[in-house]
Design a binder for this molecule. Structure first.
Ligand SMILES: Cc1cc2nc3c(=O)[nH]c(=O)nc-3n(C[C@H](O)[C@H](O)[C@H](O)COP(=O)(O)O)c2cc1C
Length: 147
């Protein structure tokens, strides 16, 4: 099974979330490779069985510029069987809370086998841990039920 988390993080909130999720997979003895988006080999995207996208939100609910190449790669390459998920951190102060997660969700729903999404308010807190566990379980169950 070839699994990746591909992410971006400017001030560290999304990175903290990503590392927590990666550790939850490790607890289940599931290896997930971690890539900052700039280091991800976009041409290899269809060779992954599962990809989790991690992103903050910028501007007015926008996808950060560095994530756009990944977004386009899902649109232009054959990924309909790839199990995907998207998670992110954002700030409820903004009208479009985690707008980048919504934008990835809408695209991945069409272009891939989207399993689950997760939005976290700014920085990960203990109260979020259970939601993270559910996110990880739902993603993994997609493989177990073979859809
Ligand atoms: C200029 C600017 C614009 C932002 N716009 C949004 C937004 O539209 N929606 C949102 O939910 N959060 C927005 N945020 C909040 C960030 O997405 C949030 O702080 C996030 O946790 C940063 O993630 P990072 O620490 O991984 O970089 C914005 C932050 C800045 C500085």
């Amino acid at each position: 099974m070839k699994l990746a988390i591909v992410y971006t993080s400017k001030t560290g909130n999304t990175e903290e979330l990503v590392l927590f999720i990666r550790d939850l997979f490790f607890e289940k003895k599931i290896e997930v490779r971690l890539f900052r988006v700039e280091q991800f080999p976009l041409q290899d995207l269809p060779t992954f069985d599962g990809v989790i996208v991690g992103t903050y939100t910028w501007g007015h609910g926008e996808i950060p510029g560095e994530m756009m190449a990944l977004y386009r790669a899902f649109e232009t390459q054959e990924c309909h069987r790839t199990v995907t998920a998207v998670m992110g951190t954002g700030d409820c102060f903004y009208p479009q809370f985690c707008g980048a997660v919504d934008a990835f969700r809408d695209m991945l729903y069409v272009q891939s086998n989207l399993a689950v999404t997760l939005k976290i308010e700014i920085a990960l807190q203990t109260k979020d841990h259970e939601r993270c566990r559910r996110f990880t379980d739902i993603f993994w169950n997609k493989f177990e039920i073979g859809t």
